[in-house]
Design a protein around this ligand. Structure first.
Ligand code: GAR
Length: 177
């Protein structure tokens, strides 16, 4: 069963839902994430684990991991989750946590990857699905797809379209193992 971590709009979560993947739980660090409404609409248990409600990051991550494990989660997908995870969470799901990121990593890690690629003037950027470790977008790459920057008016749309196609494909493969 899959647990999905979100912070924002949740279009990647929606792509996983639409692919009929077995999502047991959705968790967010923000109670105002629109992604939680998508989980509600799909009837998926969801909960907010706001950092402010815990003594520290480890305490939050421990409770989050426990909540996922209680729901039978054995594969975790970060779909626009904008916090780093600590070993309190990572050690519970060894080699079973993946993230989608809007660049060809290791280029342009972080929260502003598309803007950073535009500012750097590259001709090609893309999408990466990778394993998650303690670093910022640093884990081993599973799959990448290049996306040309031009026409730049549609770059964001084309990157998201690539994410929404690749992420469910990779997650489907990982579910089979
Ligand atoms: C996606 O583009 C995802 O790749 C990016 O946040 C967006 C979330 O959109 N993640 C990162 O930048 C992680 N470093 P969504 O909430 O609509 O899925």
């Amino acid at each position: 069963m899959i647990g999905v971590l979100v912070s924002g709009t949740g279009t990647n979560l929606q792509a996983l839902i639409d692919a009929r993947l077995p999502i047991a739980a959705v968790a967010s660090n923000r109670s105002d994430a629109a992604a939680l409404e998508r989980a509600d609409a799909a009837g998926i248990p969801n909960r907010t684990f706001a950092l402010e409600s815990y003594a520290d990051r480890e305490a939050r991550d421990r409770e989050l991991a426990e909540w996922f494990q209680l729901r039978g989660v054995d594969l975790v997908v970060l779909a626009g989750y904008m916090h780093l995870l600590t070993p309190a969470f990572l050690d519970r799901f060894p080699d079973r946590i993946v993230n989608v990121h809007p660049s060809l990593l290791p280029e342009f890690p972080g929260a502003r990857a598309i803007d950073d690629a535009l500012a750097a003037g590259v001709e090609t950027t893309g999408v990466t699905v990778h394993y998650v470790d303690e670093g910022l977008d640093t884990g081993a790459v599973i799959r990448q797809e290049p996306v040309s920057v031009e026409p730049r008016e549609t770059l964001v749309e084309r990157i998201h379209a690539a994410e929404h196609r690749i992420l469910p494909e990779v997650v489907t493969e990982l579910c089979a193992h």
